[in-house]
Design a protein around this ligand. Structure first.
Ligand code: IVH
Length: 705
């Protein structure tokens, strides 16, 4: 080892680089020490490096790393994984199920980009690995952090575990200064079978499938367990990078391979839907002999500049899609039908089945959707299963596709017992005995009990603490049920007064099974942590019907602050400027808008929300990096024909620059972009004195000429 530079003489760049190296070396030494019989490094050397690290950190406090060795006590089990934000969100993929969906994908991309049907447009096609995604960050070629996808914005820090995976290089040569590699952690069939044998032999529960085994192995608090599990990794994407790694998807994958990553050998370049589907069939034919699970084929636009233009919807890229393999099937007996009551009061029938293996997973429940589905009709009233109804005692064919809840595809009428009678759907709520009402045009029957219905109240609370919502560590579905049953919490606001009500005594919580001093205090801390909450999460957490995670984020981005959001809720549906503004938001349709209006008009609901927000500091929603954008915060309306880009691209572009794009002109409009053929909107803008630009003027304004 060369004599280290005196800490006081280090430049900032040198310090940053050395901290990255030290984080890598110390973490490796840690897992070697705890994981193997032969430690790599003497205790004295180890301590010296740790002191050097602490010394540099003391001198350059702002360079202290999120995975700083000073914060780590060996690699022994911790309470849980620390959370790490993803610099670039980790998204999921839209799905295609049929060949026609692949054609539609290509058509929608051409439309967005304004390409005609003859223009060349290439795609890559590669297997969709059925594992779990992982992000691995390298700085100056050193592996510094690995994280699971988590909710896409924040993942779990599994760095110590990822270092034990042999497919994952610890050091890269000739890599960009910052390179975040993404891909899938998975387990091969052979390794899975051997692992399960060992699990059974050791008296442990076997894993249901290779994916669960991979997930369970990666998410071990003790990295020595992960080390003993045969995990593999395929790289297929990237996140944060300090410089472009290629100009096409295919070349980027080649680059990852050259850096030492395993990339999937079945990746091909295709000229259009016909070749994509042909490659899909080829991969499907080889599926059984690959030796690892795949659940479809992923198509990606090959040209990275086009990927960039296409950008993202709220949770999926426009430039990629997953073409799923058909679902797997099995026959079994329907033993009973249960009715569950959801947070919006929906009565959902659930089939309890004699357990059966479908595609490697044991299935004992399937959804029956609603009463029409049981009688043999789908949501549009069309006959399904040739009109065969479903009865308790029937032999039913179950299918599952990927992660979705299993469904019932068919009924074997030849095996129907003579005693089987048509199922009678309950007209009163089985949980609170209120009337269960089915409104005109709604396939779902709903409990009318509102918050007096214990099932609705509990489901609302469970939703409130769930992952995309408040995500309170230590307060999951089980604890919520327990607390609700004992009258400790009956609405979300009560969660935030738990500490005042119980902290001093603590005794009551500690007396409960599964709670001690530490877990009780941890719970109060975890609750305190969430008193500060981003606006989008809060809106989602309210559990308003039809207002999902994506919709909530759209609302948050549009209105910015809680006060603005609440003040802007229309008093009635279907009219007025507030209504127009609401339904003009991308992703908010009349259905979601009506649901919001109804929720905010209900006095009880409003009072409950008001009680909740008293305990919170609500973070305003921030549009991504639109500093210096001339249109940030402005409301823009496009009308007429655009010639340089499609309407969809113009809208996506404006939004990425921080503008709100609305469908109609009102006093709130800041700018109208009018192409040829603009009609009533241009007229209205003139009347209201709103600035109007043509397409070239708009492109000049946003600096895109
Ligand atoms: S690309 C922006 N390629 O599928 C999306 N994903 O359903 C980038 N997955 O979260 C993902 N194999 O975990 C991509 N060849 C592949 C994949 C793949 C499996 C997973 C990934 C992702 C999920 C989306």
């Amino acid at each position: 080892m060369t004599e280290p530079i005196n800490i006081k003489e280090l430049t900032k760049a040198q310090a940053r680089q050395e901290l990255a190296q030290l984080a890598g070396i110390l973490a490796r030494a840690n897992s070697a020490y705890h994981g193997a019989d032969a430690p790599e490094m003497s205790d004295a050397d180890y301590d010296q490096l740790k002191r050097r690290n602490a010394g540099i950190e003391a001198h350059f406090p702002d360079l202290k790393r999120p995975d700083s060795p000073s914060e780590q006590v060996g690699s022994r089990a911790q309470d849980g994984f620390s959370k790490v934000p993803h610099a670039v969100r980790m998204l999921s993929l839209g799905n295609a199920f049929e060949d026609a969906d692949v054609g539609a994908f290509d058509t929608s991309i051409r439309k967005f980009l304004g390409l005609d049907a003859k223009a060349s447009l290439q795609y890559t096609a590669e297997p969709k690995i059925d594992g779990l995604s992982l992000s691995i960050c390298y700085e100056h070629g050193q592996l510094v952090q690995a994280a699971t996808r988590g909710d896409g914005a924040v993942g779990e820090n599994v760095t110590a575990n990822a270092r034990t995976i042999r497919d994952i290089p610890q050091v890269l040569e000739n890599a960009p200064a910052v390179l975040e590699v993404r891909g899938e952690v998975y387990m091969s069939h052979a390794d899975f079978t051997a692992l399960n044998k060992a699990q059974i032999k050791a008296g442990n529960k076997p894993f249901a499938n290779p994916r669960n085994a991979a997930a369970g192995s990666l998410r071990q608090l003790d990295a020595t367990i992960t080390r003993a599990r045969p995990l593999r990794f395929f790289a297929y994407a990237w996140g944060e990078i300090s410089e472009p790694i290629a100009q096409t998807q295919l070349k980027a994958i080649d680059r990852l391979a050259a850096l030492g990553f395993c990339v999937n050998p079945l990746t091909a370049l295709c000229d259009g839907p016909d070749q994509m589907i042909a490659h899909y069939r080829g991969i499907e034919a080889r599926r059984a002999t690959l030796g690892y699970d795949i659940d479809g084929v992923v198509y990606k636009v090959n040209d990275l500049a086009l990927q960039e233009r296409l950008g993202f919807r709220s949770t999926t890229p426009r430039w990629a899609i997953a073409h799923k393999f058909p679902a797997e099937l099995a026959w079994t007996r329907l033993e009973s039908i249960d009715i569950q009551v959801g947070r919006t009061g929906a009565l959902s029938p659930v089939a309890r089945l004699a357990p059966v293996t479908v595609g490697g997973v044991v299935v004992s429940n399937a959804t029956l959707h609603n009463e029409d589905y049981i009688t043999g009709r789908d949501a549009t009233g069309t006959t399904i299963r040739d009109g065969k109804d479903i009865r308790v005692g029937d032999w039913v064919q179950v299918y599952r596709a990927g992660d979705v809840i299993p469904k019932i595809a068919d009924v074997d009428m030849g095996k129907r017992p003579d005693s089987a009678v048509p199922y009678v759907f309950p007209k009163i709520c089985p949980k609170c005995q209120s009337d269960a009402i089915r409104e005109e045009g709604d396939a779902v029957r709903r409990c009318s009990g509102g918050m007096i219905c214990p099932a609705q109240a509990v489901e609302k609370l469970k939703h409130f603490v769930s992952r995309g919502a408040f995500d309170i560590d230590g307060l999951g579905a089980k604890q919520v049920e327990q607390f609700y049953k004992d009258d400790w919490i009956s609405e979300p606001a009560d969660i935030f007064t738990l500490k005042d009500r119980f902290a001093t005594g603590l005794q009551q919580l500690k007396n409960r099974e599964g709670w001690g001093d530490k877990s009780a205090l941890n719970l109060f801390d975890a609750i305190d942590d969430k008193r500060r909450i981003p606006l989008g999460r809060l809106i989602f957490a309210l559990g308003i019907r039809h207002v999902g995670e994506a919709g909530s984020n759209m609302l948050a981005l549009h209105y910015g602050t809680w006060l603005a959001f609440v003040a802007a809720m229309p008093k009635a549906t279907g009219e007025g400027a507030q209504w127009e503004e609401l339904i003009g938001i991308d992703g908010v349709g009349a259905v979601m808008a009506t649901s919001l209006v109804t929720a905010f008009a209900q006095e009880n609901e409003r009072a409950s929300i008001n009680r909740l927000v008293e305990h919170l500091q609500i973070e305003a929603a921030q549009r991504p990096d639109t500093d210096g954008s001339p249109v940030a915060g402005k409301t823009v309306v496009f009308t007429g024909t655009l010639e340089k880009m499609s309407r969809a691209e113009a809208k996506a572009r404006a939004e990425s620059l921080g503008a709100k794009v609305s469908g109609s002109v009102s006093a709130k409009t800041d700018l109208l972009v009018a192409g040829p053929g603009a009609g009533s909107k241009a007229k209205k803008a003139r009347e209201l004195g709103i600035e109007t630009l043509d397409e070239d003027g708009w492109l000049a304004l946003i600096g895109a000429t």
